[in-house]
Design a protein around this ligand. Structure first.
Ligand code: SAM
Length: 242
């Protein structure tokens, strides 16, 4: 009997052809990035990133694609994690390196595209901190799958992003939340070329995946008491069944 053709999901993915690096558009935002994100989120963006570290032990390995100015990377190194980061923007990367140097810390930050990371090694923790927002929905799903594949069985995937819309919330509250999301996204789209897209619901998307279990959800409030419009999901990659 002829072999059954593979489904789309079963087909091996072709490697992305090598691409020449484009202009450093994120570099345009590098100088203002920390102040803008801290101000816009009332510190909640930082707190969602930091939540990821609560689930990682000193001495364990951590992968951070798109670390930006490197605040998390440096904090992780300070806590004794072995950090690898891959950043596409030279100016972001140089801020990240300078921050590490100021703290007298060693972090391995590579200039490159995280989508080109080799299949090995796998990491104890992979943190996607406001990274998936860069991509339009179809690409985001693929990039997220790639990053999940970088987590060792038993390891942690932390995803920090905007909190999904609550269907129980009032129309006004949902409109305010949409506006709060679309404003920085629009600014980034103009400045950095990021995609415009709806708020991603990683919890909903990844629910029911046989290789992941949801361990925790941390919602963070702007200025500690405002609306909780930023979220960190903690997933554990299941050990392969014997
Ligand atoms: C929205 S910023 C997030 C920065 C930081 N992770 C944070 O939590 O604020 C996205 C970062 O990802 C970087 N980036 C975008 N696409 C990338 C790619 N394909 N590979 C590596 N870095 C990328 C950008 O240069 C930028 O520094």
């Amino acid at each position: 009997m002829p072999a059954r053709p593979p489904t789309t999901a079963e087909r091996p993915r072709e490697a992305r052809p090598p691409q020449a690096p484009g202009p450093d558009r994120y570099g345009l935002a590098a100088w203002v990035y920390d102040v803008a994100t801290a101000g816009w989120s009332g510190g909640a963006i930082w707190r969602t990133r930091a939540r990821a570290l609560e689930h990682s032990a000193p001495g364990s390995t951590l992968l951070v694609p798109g670390p930006g100015t490197g605040r998390l990377v440096v904090e992780a190194a300070r806590r004794g994690l072995k950090v690898t980061a891959v950043e596409r923007s030279p100016r972001m990367l140089s801020r990240c390196e300078r921050r590490a140097a100021r703290g007298g810390l060693q972090v391995q930050v590579q200039l490159g595209d995280a989508r080109d990371l080799p299949a090995e090694p796998l990491y104890d923790t992979v943190v996607l901190e406001h990274f998936l927002n860069v991509f339009p929905p179809d690409q985001m799903v693929h990039v997220r799958d790639q990053m999940i594949a970088r987590v060792r069985p038993g390891g942690v995937l932390a995803v920090a992003d905007f909190t999904p819309l609550d269907p129980q919330a009032s129309g006004l509250a949902r409109m305010a939340q949409r506006l709060h999301h679309v404003t920085p996204l629009g600014g980034c789209a103009l400045l950095t070329g990021n995609a415009m897209h709806p708020i991603y619901d990683h919890g909903h998307d990844l629910e029911g995946r046989p290789d992941l279990s949801l361990e925790a959800i941390h919602d963070e409030r702007s200025f500690g008491y405002g609306p909780a419009w930023f979220r960190c999901w903690i997933f554990r990659r299941r050990e392969a069944s014997k």
